[in-house]
Design a protein around this ligand. Structure first.
Ligand code: GRF
Length: 205
């Protein structure tokens, strides 16, 4: 029934997922200094470090990470600000049960610095996306998105904060849908079963 979360830093999405009452078996981080680890431990959730620097290759790190994950036999593995590119082998191992949150309305702005890039492009809408992870970075079937307006005079920080608020709303919702068996991957798309599912993840002004 449970979820393993992978983090690298602050852990605010992790916190939102815990606050939503999602059953989290463990939080794993590739960095011992990830602030989210202490927070997880305080909430009584096992917090485990698998330092990527201890491994010579990406493959060796991903194998150790997978071993740590599989100890908890989770139904779902959720990346929540996990800043490592995963190998195709790792992604294949968890195909259909590995999800990520990305701070843009994919397919716009995959990669880093999404808020600065949205501002530089003069985008009028920006937002966040929860998607299944595939071998291609920041691609993969989209589960939920939420958009926010880009306001005149926005700074990167102001826009990031507006988007983050929506991340904290749609990520727990998308995970809940997965655990409740409401998601069907149909080719490149995800169908959310249930009458009000799409509405629940809709835009906020
Ligand atoms: C979020 O913006 C998320 O979309 C991105 O990394 C950030 C993680 O923030 N993938 P936090 O660690 O959850 O606070």
């Amino acid at each position: 029934m449970s979820v393993v979360l992978l983090i690298s830093g602050r852990g605010s999405n992790m916190q939102a997922i815990l606050d939503a009452g999602i059953p989290v078996a463990a939080v794993l981080s590739n960095r011992a200094d990830a602030a989210g680890l202490a927070l997880a431990a305080r909430r009584g959730v096992p917090a485990v470090v698998v330092e990527h620097r201890d491994f010579a290759t990406r493959e060796a790190f991903d194998a150790a990470l997978a071993a740590a994950i599989d100890r908890y036999a989770p139904r779902l593995v959720a990346l929540a600000g996990f800043l490592r590119v995963l190998t195709p082998g790792f992604v294949a191992r968890y195909a259909g049960r590995l999800v990520n949150i990305h701070p843009s309305l994919l397919p716009e702005f995959p990669g880093l610095d999404t808020h600065a890039r949205a501002l530089a492009a003069g985008a009028k809408r920006h937002g966040c996306t929860v998607h299944f992870v595939t071998a291609q970075l920041d691609h993969g079937p989209i589960i939920a998105q939420a958009g926010v307006p880009v306001l005149p005079g926005d700074t990167e920080q102001a826009l990031a904060a507006r988007v983050l608020e929506q991340e904290h709303r749609i990520y727990p919702q998308a995970i809940r849908w997965f655990l409740d068996g409401q998601l069907a991957i149909e080719g490149e798309r995800v169908r959310v079963k249930g009458a009000h599912a799409q509405l629940a993840a809709g835009d906020r002004a």
